[in-house]
Design a protein around this ligand. Sequence first.
Ligand SMILES: Nc1ncnc2c1ncn2[C@@H]1O[C@H](COP(=O)(O)OP(=O)(O)OP(=O)(O)O)[C@@H](O)[C@H]1O
Ligand SMILES: [Mg+2]
Length: 232
Amino acid sequence: MNRNKILELKNVNKHYYGKNETLHIIRDFSLEILEGEFITILGKSGSGKSTLLNLIGLLDKPDDNGVYLEYKDMGLATEKEKNYIKNEKIGFVFQFHYLLPEFTALENVMIPALLKNYSDKEKIQEKAMDLLEKVGLKSRSHHKPSELSGGEKQRVAIARALVNSPKLILADEPTGNLDEETSEVIHQLLKKINCEMNQTIIVVTHSKELANISDKSLFLKKGKIESIRNNY
Ligand SMILES: Nc1ncnc2c1ncn2[C@@H]1O[C@H](COP(=O)(O)OP(=O)(O)OP(=O)(O)O)[C@@H](O)[C@H]1O
Ligand SMILES: [Mg+2]
């Protein structure tokens, strides 16, 4: 079966230009990600993992172009088109959950979908509840973030990332702030979402355990892929 190419990077470069020096952070980087793949990106601190993820997620721009999402050249997309893609096609999960403190778990999950289509509130609520159930938090739906544990907050953030049915989930050290046991719960959840929903996921992580359960691990060194491990 031919799977769609969700993402392609073709010779992507990223420099940071400082006062006294120029840093070449992402070097001639090429990569293809197929629909349904679960990819982990590993590498030392400073190797360029977050920079790479930000380029993929359109949060930052490469020097020239070279980022293709669903075969479309992001270098040719307008800011408006890119904002649309960021909202609708990509779900982000960060190390810090960024949940809104004054809203419940359910509302936090609903918000990205409400921003898109406020009139469909009932349907969105139903979907948000289904997602909270998927992440094992149905019984906590009316809790505010301050009433949730760190791992629970991160599970809400994952449900929120899924609410607009994105093509791609990008996560930057989603378990960086969590203890080992709680991290394992999140890792298994990401695996479940990948298997059950055929959700394409790219995770930056320092966790060997998460790398082991992903389909493919990329090891980054100085902005280049040093090695790739296939876990299929
Ligand atoms: N805005 C910026 N301006 C200048 N240099 C930057 C900028 N952002 C990142 N860098 C540099 O780029 C390099 C890669 O940073 P990046 O955040 O991608 O690393 P990382 O692999 O995610 O590291 P960590 O595991 O610590 O999160 C670092 O040396 C960093 O100092
Ligand atoms: Mg980082």
